[in-house]
Every structure is written in C-alpha cells, then in structure tokens.
Write a new protein. Sequence first.
Length: 345
Amino acid sequence: MGRAPCCDKANVKKGPWSPEEDAKLKSYIDQYGTGGNWIALPQKIGLKRCGKSCRLRWLNYLRPNIKHGGFSEEEDNIICSLYISIGSRWSIIAAQLPGRTDNDIKNYWNTRLKKKLLGRRKQQQQLHHQHQQSPDHHQQSPTSTSNGLSNSALERLQLHMKLQTLNQNPLLHNMLWPKLHPFQEKLLLQAMNDENSNNNIMQLPLLPQPIMMESPLSNIGKEIMINPTNIASETMAMTATTSSNTTTTTTTTTTNGILDHSNCSPSMMNNNNINVSSYGGAFQLGGGDFMMGNLDNGTTSSLVWWSNEFETNDVNYDRSGSFSSSSNDSSWDCALRSSDDAGLF
DNA sequence: AATACGTACAACCGCCCTCAG
DNA sequence: TCTGAGGGCGGTTGTACGTAT
C-alpha cells in the first residue's frame, strides 16, 4: 500500500512564489513560528501550497540572514574540501557556511564550482564516453562510470587528484586553497575517520619489494607494497595474494614503470605508508598520475587505479590498471595497460 | 531580429529517517 | 514491535535569462 500524499496535489499551486505568497508566509512565521507542523501551516494562512513547499521556501529564501550568490574563494575552498571528504552531504556542508543553504550550495556546485575545477577533464571524459557508447562497448548506468564507481566518488577522486597536483606547487596551493580554519580541519579529519571506519582501509607501505596486494575482501592483511626504486623498465611484476592462494602475474607497460614516491602527496604519506580510504589515494608512477580506490559492486570487490590525464595531454601518460576478484578467496586477475581510462580486466 | 544554445537557479519529486501513538 | 505522518535531504527538472550564430 502506498503512502498517503502529504497534500491534495490537485488543489496545490506549483511553480514560482509570488511576492504576496512570500509576504503571507514570512509574516505568519515571524509572528507565530512554524508551529512544528509544516503540513498544516498552509491551510492556517490560506496558502494553496504544499507544506513541504512552504518549508523549502522559508528555509532557502525567506528566513533571515540568507546569503545568495557571491561565493568567496574561502567558501569555494570549504565546499570543495568537504565535498572531497564527505561527498554530496549538502546540509552538512551548508552548516559550515553561515547564511548559505544546502540548496544554494548544491546549485553552486553543480553549475559552477564543479566546472571550474573539473571542466577540462569533464569535457575529455564526455568525448571519451561518447566514443565508448558505440555498439562494441558495454552499456553503462547513467550514474556510474566504466569502472563501477559512482560519479560522485569519481568526482571526489578527481578533485583529490587536483589537490595533490596543487599541493606540489606551494604558490598555487596557497592561491587556490587557503589554509583551512582549525575547526574545518578537525571536521575534515572527523569526516574522514567516520568514512574510514565503515570501509576497507588499505595501507600502502613503500618497501623495496614487488607490488603485492591482498584481496580487499580478505580479512587479513589489507596492504599493498610498492617498490620505491626502479621497477624494471617496460615490465612490471605483480603478485596478487589472497587468503587461500598466491598467484604471480607479469604484465607489461608501455612506458618505464618507475615509481617516484617522492611525488606522493605528503597528506597521503606517513612513514612511507600511503593511506587509502574508500575513495582512494593518488600517487605518481613513471611520470603519470594515478588514483587508487577500492570499489565494491556488491558481488565483486577490487582495488582499482587509474590515471589522470596530465596537462601535457600526451596519451603516453595515460595508463590504468586494476586488480579484481570474484569472491573472498578466489584467484585474482592483475593487469596494467596503456589506456586513457580505467576498467576491469 | 530571430533562433538556438547554454547557464543559473528556484522548485519539485521521491526516498529515507525519526518518532509518536 | 509495528505503523504511518511529518520532516529532512539529495537528485532532478523546469524555466527565465544571457549569449552566440
């Protein structure tokens, strides 16, 4: 049985609010408050509006001290930082920006800030996806990418990547990403901890050993070890270890597979460890930027990394690879390929 | 001047959560 | 414990306005 509607939709006005309606609503709430019942409110004041519509109008436009437009650089920074760490939880983000509403921030993000930060890459991706939608390619869900990550998660990764790049240039970093207020830093850390506690955390110690990884689904030893010195040019050895067996696969890359961990973001490194949360990390491998993340589509789980197109637009920088597993302890597929997009192999 | 296209944003939709009965 | 109403929230749509052709 379906839920009863909150109002009589046939007799409810929709669309933009008139100044008269605004005045009625504001005047009543100023005088009596909302009374804790938005559904009953429009009848009380003779408005042919849904209670939810009244609530939205009040919260987003009529209540005092609401700011519209004119987002500052600092606000951009806060929105971006929080989006990276907690995703599209607009109400939480709005709570950190006095006078801003979740709707306002959401609109600002979707129409301007996202384009400002990701515009170039987005265009490239759209072109690429158009290419991929040929009959030879798999159909993709409109809300997911080719590797199964949600658009939101991918955007957050892309933004994180952008931040890593900027972090390597103190001048740019300071210009574009002003230092966060200590409270904002605390909030970020808290949000990240909350997220980490609910997901697989992977430690990526940089040790002079071949790349190794264990199944994200395995309960033991979730870590990847990456050789920080030269990995043989043109080839890369990988060992995938699961809880029940170990297989080794050697694959080739089209470029020198030299890991330059000196370019890892300081925020991602701690005593030679790279901490990767559920939404991934970033590092450089042989001149190309990589992002890494754990993805789980319900039936399979895998650690995936993919490259970020560099400003050179040189396709030689585009590489991606992934590990995948179909069950907790089954064998793994490992691959690294020259590509401009990520994917499972 | 007319039309097409792009952008910004207000508002709606519907799902999920909370809580009272 | 269950159920349903109300509130909260994120995603999406509709439309007005600006710009390009």
